[in-house]
Design a protein around this ligand. Sequence first.
Ligand code: ATP
Ligand code: MG
Length: 567
Amino acid sequence: MTSPASSDTIKPSNFLRQIIERDLKDGAVTRVVTRFPPEPNGYLHIGHAKSICLNFGLARDYGGVCHLRFDDTNPEKESQEFVDAIIDAVHWLGFDWQEADKSHLYLASDYFATMHQAAVLLIEAGLAYVDEQTPDEMRANRGDFGKAGVDSPFRSRTVAENIVRFAEMKDGKLADGSAVLRAKIDMAHANINMRDPALYRIRRATHHHTGDAWCIYPMYTFAHPIEDAIEGISHSICTLEFEDQRPFYDWLLARLAESGLFKNPLPHQYEFARLNLSYVVTSKRKLAQLVADKHVSGWDDPRMPTIVGLRRRGYTPEALQLFCERIGVTKADSWIDYSTLEGCLRETLDAAAPRAMAVLDPIKLTITNFPADHVEPCSAPVHPHHEELGKRNFGFSKELWIDASDFQAEPEKGYHRLYVGNKVRLKYGYVVECTGFKTDASGKVTEVEATYFEDSKSGSATSGNYKVKGVMTWVSAHDAVDAEVRMYDRLFTDEHPDAGGKDFLASINPNSLKVVTAKVEPSLAASTADQKFQFERHGYFCADRVNHATGKLVFNYSVGLKDSWGK
Ligand code: ATP
Ligand code: MG
């Protein structure tokens, strides 16, 4: 498999690494085989990124392999669109399942025949039966934490009778929902998951891969251990909510090994805490609802915590990998602060993103003593720490654009930008002194006036003669380019939007998107789709990949600068 760039850095240890190292050392496992098993019923989100980085990362670090397996045992909500999107997302994150000429991409639905065989083996061993109680009866008879379950009247069916009934289920002779195949374990077991869990249900639904070949489908808890065993998974890593399923996972594989279907060593399941990110929901179902109800423009809306959304927002694979490494893996659920994710993006972009000047809320600045027909060429480094990246060029002219917040008619205390009588440096240009301003009928400032000092040009021998407290960004009206800039804020106002069963739609932030028409420096006209920039003083922005294809210049706000510019 291919490895992301960071493979040679030293990874902090965690309990999973310790387990793997122990297993390799004592020979319980000869090769690490992990898997990432998404259900293709939606787009992947930041929580999946954690699981991807974990599973592919462990395989990479211990010389093993990680399988991409589509857990497509639930036909109703699955589709090829989601399969394709998941493949794209995992690749984009920097991981691969190809090993020499072997592809480790698998579909659980390819194992339906083996799963069916496993079910028959259990029946033959007297370990499974067809239950025809109604769903309500089954629920009532399951008992609860304090109360043992009650045996189903169908539990004592003979093996022969179960074989016939299960064949009828498979052959479409029974109605949807009229019967299930259940494991025969212990209706009084302290772990409710061991009280004869369902293995197969009848569901006439067309499957995106197997079509109408089957009208019975395996339950997740039955299918998953079998998928792992078929693929020879050594460490089956899943989120904590499956901890209670582990006894059944082990029971099932042990029984199937006894029946000769699988050989030792059998896979083992380990659980880690899922990612909970503040101000974010990570549930495909809820994300699907945001899309369906048009709270966002689609799965790839830059406010979405999906991989495609984060990508369109300006996130890079490096930033997401760094994030997953930094949050680590634990066995205790917790919330990760959204700023941790943003910090990783900022850190990875700072080193590489070209700089540019952009005026997001433009008002005109007229340099009254500047010759009307002159354009003074100016330049700035593409990146302050990478001279080799060259320079960006733009002109300085009589009419400039500055941000409205860079002028105050009545300056507040400590304000160092433009107000009448104050001098500031227009970065990469000249020092100017504010001389006046114009307002419209409502008193709103429409234009600011200043004079410039000819010998103050940045980079000139005499530029140091001017000591000013404020430095401002600007663009020149003659060469600035119009761009749409989408200023994003968090999608939810509640730090834990869906915790404790809360209605996450109730805390949708009505102001999560503000669209402005900005004036940007000419170099940005040549930006390519997905290209990231630091707009000096404003933060990091990304050329929108969707709009770029239409030729429209659109930038998405990715993340702010660490240290906000002084006043
Ligand atoms: P969702 O509830 O969003 O549908 P899921 O767990 O049902 O999530 P799957 O497609 O089954 O989605 O998930 C594939 C893998 O991703 C699973 O192994 C699961 O453990 C892992 N995963 C899903 N959500 C998270 C999360 N928030 N943090 C860490 N891992 C996650
Ligand atoms: Mg799932």
